[in-house]
Write a protein that binds this ligand. Structure first.
Ligand code: DX5
Ligand code: ZN
Length: 218
């Protein structure tokens, strides 16, 4: 279905309180929970190994959407699948064999996503479209929350939506999504919006209704 889904990124949550943060965003209307995995090599930041993701699992009632910003990625797919990911998204740029990576994600029992950095053209996924359940368009350079939306990516979203045609493939947008940029990407054909700072700003587990207001404002 093409109804708009909001996937808050817990990169912007309180790192000492993930269980309650996940419960708070889901109670306040999050459709998916987005988990940003960074390795300090593919991107200049470090976050969650498989044991951390496994600890999140029992708190997630919706969909655990795991975004792997790691290279190499293939050696870690099984571990993140076993940790309980529903969707695993790997980067096109993470290695020379994205087709093999996508096969491995599906073989591990997960929905397969492919993420494109801002410099990577839409055409790079053309021959992989039957292998993916989701294409993630990075609208910032991956590595950090709270960066500025890169407007040149809106045209890439339109190209991808045309290329995908009638296939059941989600287009997810990641980076700088807020009430101003969300309508632009939704109009271009995106149906899953990741948002970190725009969801968590101003709220906390003690004031979760702020998360709800922020989600509805997107
Ligand atoms: C960036 C991450 C994003 C990021 C989004 O590397 O993949 O998920 O946390 O954060 P905001 O919404 O703050 O740009
Ligand atoms: Zn992400």
């Amino acid at each position: 279905d093409r109804t708009l889904k909001i996937a808050p990124s817990i990169l912007s949550a309180d790192f000492a309180d993930f269980g309650r943060e996940i419960r708070a965003i889901e109670d306040q209307g999050a459709d998916w929970v987005h988990v940003d995995v960074m390795d300090g090599h593919f991107v200049p930041n470090l976050t969650f190994g498989p044991p951390a993701v496994k600890a999140f699992r029992p708190h997630v009632k919706t969909v655990m959407d795991v975004h792997l910003m790691i290279a190499p990625v293939d050696p870690f797919i099984a571990a993140y699948a076993e940790a309980g990911a529903d969707v695993i998204t790997a980067h096109f740029e993470a290695g020379p064999h994205p087709h093999r990576t996508l096969q491995a994600i599906r073989a591990a029992g997960c929905k397969a996503g492919l993420a494109l950095n801002p410099g990577t053209p839409a055409a790079s996924v053309e021959y992989l479209l039957d292998m993916v359940d989701l294409v993630c368009v990075m609208t910032v350079n991956p590595g950090f929350g709270g960066q500025k939306f890169i407007h040149s990516q809106v045209d890439k979203i339109k190209q991808l939506r045309r290329m995908i045609g009638t296939r059941p493939v989600h287009i997810e947008i990641d980076g700088g999504v807020d009430p101003t940029t969300a309508p632009l990407v939704a109009d271009a054909g995106a149906d899953v919006l990741v948002a970190g700072s725009a969801v968590f700003k101003g709220g906390s587990v003690d004031t979760p209704q702020v998360y709800g207001q922020n989600i509805r404002a997107i």
